[in-house]
Design a binder for this molecule. Structure first.
Ligand SMILES: Cc1cc2nc3c(=O)[nH]c(=O)nc-3n(C[C@H](O)[C@H](O)[C@H](O)COP(=O)(O)OP(=O)(O)OC[C@H]3O[C@@H](n4cnc5c(N)ncnc54)[C@H](O)[C@@H]3O)c2cc1C
Ligand SMILES: *[C@@H]1O[C@H](CO)[C@@H](O)[C@H](O)[C@H]1NC(C)=O
Ligand SMILES: *[C@@H]1O[C@H](CO)[C@@H](O)[C@H](O)[C@H]1NC(C)=O
Ligand SMILES: *[C@@H]1O[C@H](CO)[C@@H](O)[C@H](O)[C@H]1NC(C)=O
Length: 460
């Protein structure tokens, strides 16, 4: 993944050609090679003029929380899996980089389990297509829930024009205010304050959406993240053919940035007001730095440029081959199950391989707070085959009583993309953070912003 020709990049940069006296090109470090860090590298290299040198540091695997797991020769999404059709950054990058969409076969039927029994079932777990649920919640509740969701998506859409015009935001609440003056308050109020929705709808549908998408309950979540999870329950969701982690790999290739496979331990301010990064036994100086990972306290930052460590939700993902879900465990035949009350799992769902093939034996994905034992799995599933389990620090623990606002800008030329995650975590949110960092870097270094060049797809 090293640059084809760094020398070529330097020689052809307009800074070099236009300068009479030598002007050194800028050098920017991106810490983290997930979708957010690789997209930052892509935007920095393809929209800043003249083009800076970019080094991407990744201590683990490129892709981060986008990863695959293999069962019997088929690959499945282990981390971030679904993309909303209105996630414009993802949609545009996927098209630009020549990747393809994949949609799984529609859900057969989703059952809602309260810990003891299935309380109801629905064949279309989508908020926009809730006609069948109207009998339970009343049509007005559905209408109002959907109207509030569509209003929010409409306001969210404004971010794309705002970012296109080159705006840079120093903190998350300023970015949210630019989309809608109502957004910052939505990150500081409980989901329970959502107006006009029946208690039953809140408990069951809203609770289920939060549990499925973020592994947590409505009581502590913010109104903002609750609507994001409702959007994640809409129709038209898709994924990237071959696996979502193909996007970070394609972004890194199209950025033509250096990949440095090490953990950055420390970021210091250098005497010439640049940044000195330390990794392995090496250190180097950069004009600007972008932190593209949730801050966990293991990266040392200058003492006056801190980001706070915030709690993440630990989630176990279990992929299991089985011929069926044991119907006597649930009291009736089921396929996909979402917990709406006390249950050891958050959700159980049939999944399909990322290449669109159909495996010989069905595979289910389970999300849970604790790691399920083989014995438990064998009582819930029939004829269990291979099992793969992975623990993630998956997404923030959302709590409306804690201020979700956080700074993107930690210091002059030092940005923190994942500040945005405490408002809501999703691939698209990391891309909003990435574009913001590139816009801020352009402003800070006094570089022009341009449209990215069309990609020569044969080169990828
Ligand atoms: C189980 C699960 C399900 C999810 N489902 C969805 C979904 O359906 N749809 C959706 O949109 N989102 C989903 N998400 C969320 C989504 O995956 C994340 O929001 C997104 O992938 C975050 O990307 P990122 O690049 O910001 O961070 P990460 O992917 O966490 O990348 C950060 C990278 O930085 C590296 N790193 C950290 N510190 C250092 C250091 N000091 N030096 C070098 N490298 C470092 C890490 O190794 C990591 O690779 C899900 C997440 C999980 C875990
Ligand atoms: C809500 O937050 C409190 C305090 O952070 C915590 O003790 C409690 O377990 C949380 N409740 C849920 C349902 O997550
Ligand atoms: C299915 O579940 C029932 C009830 O929990 C249990 O008694 C039975 O042993 C399970 N069947 C299998 C095949 O594990
Ligand atoms: C973000 O900016 C707003 C407006 O300038 C300010 O009121 C708020 O305190 C800032 N938040 C943080 C975390 O710095």
């Amino acid at each position: 993944m090293f640059s084809r020709s760094f020398l070529f990049a330097v020689l052809s940069s307009t800074a070099f050609l236009h300068s009479v006296s030598f002007v050194r090109g800028y050098k920017i470090a991106v810490i983290g090679g997930g979708i957010g860090g690789t997209a930052t590298a892509y935007f920095l290299r393809n929209t800043l003029d003249p083009q800076p040198q970019v080094d991407v540091f990744e201590e683990n695997e490129v892709g981060g929380r986008l990863d695959l797991s293999t069962l019997s020769g088929f690959q499945y999404e282990l981390g971030g899996s679904i993309i909303h059709p209105r996630n414009k950054h993802v949609v545009e990058l996927v098209n630009r980089l020549g990747l393809e969409h994949r949609s799984d076969p529609p859900f057969s039927k989703t059952s809602f389990f309260d810990g003891k029994e299935i309380v109801f079932e629905d064949s279309s777990w989508t908020v926009v297509d809730l006609a069948k649920m109207a009998w339970r919640y009343g049509p007005m509740t559905l209408y109002k829930a959907n109207k509030q969701l569509q209003d929010m998506l409409g306001h969210f859409d404004r971010i794309y024009d705002i970012q296109e015009s080159g705006d840079c935001f120093a903190n998350v609440s300023e970015l949210l205010s630019a989309m809608s003056p109502t957004f910052p308050a939505m990150t500081q109020t409980s989901a329970d304050t959502i107006e006009d929705l029946s208690a039953e709808f809140m408990r069951e549908i809203v609770g289920a959406a939060l549990r499925v998408n973020y592994g947590q309950y409505s009581a502590n979540a913010t109104k903002f993240v609750t609507f994001v999870s409702l959007a994640g329950s809409e129709g038209g969701l898709w994924a990237i053919d071959g696996g979502n982690k193909r996007l970070p790999y394609a972004l890194l290739a199209a950025a033509d940035a250096f990949l440095i496979p090490h953990k950055v331990r420390k970021v210091e301010r250098s005497q010439d007001e640049r940044y000195l990064l330390h990794w392995d036994q090496v250190s180097d100086t950069y004009d600007a730095v972008v932190v593209a990972a949730p801050f966990d306290g293991t990266l040392e930052l200058p003492s006056n440029m801190q980001a706070s460590v915030r709690p993440m939700e630990g989630i176990w993902v279990t992929l299991i081959e089985a011929s069926a879900v044991n119907s006597s465990y649930f009291g009736r035949p089921v396929s996909d199950v979402i917990a709406v009350g006390l249950a050891w799992f958050n959700s159980i769902g049939r999944v399909w391989p990322v290449d669109g093939r159909t495996p010989d034996k069905p595979v289910y994905k389970i999300f849970s707070a604790e790691k399920p034992s083989r014995q438990l799995l064998e009582s819930v599933f029939v004829d269990v085959g291979q099992v793969e389990q992975h623990h993630w620090l998956a997404y923030p623990h959302y709590d409306w009583s804690k201020n979700a606002d956080a700074s993107f800008q930690l210091g002059p030329g030092l940005w923190y993309n994942n500040a945005i995650e405490w408002t809501a975590s999703a691939m698209e949110m990391s891309l909003v953070g990435a574009k913001n960092a590139a816009n801020c870097a352009a402003k800070h270094l006094g570089l022009a912003l341009k449209q990215p060049e069309p990609i020569d797809k044969d080169e990828l």
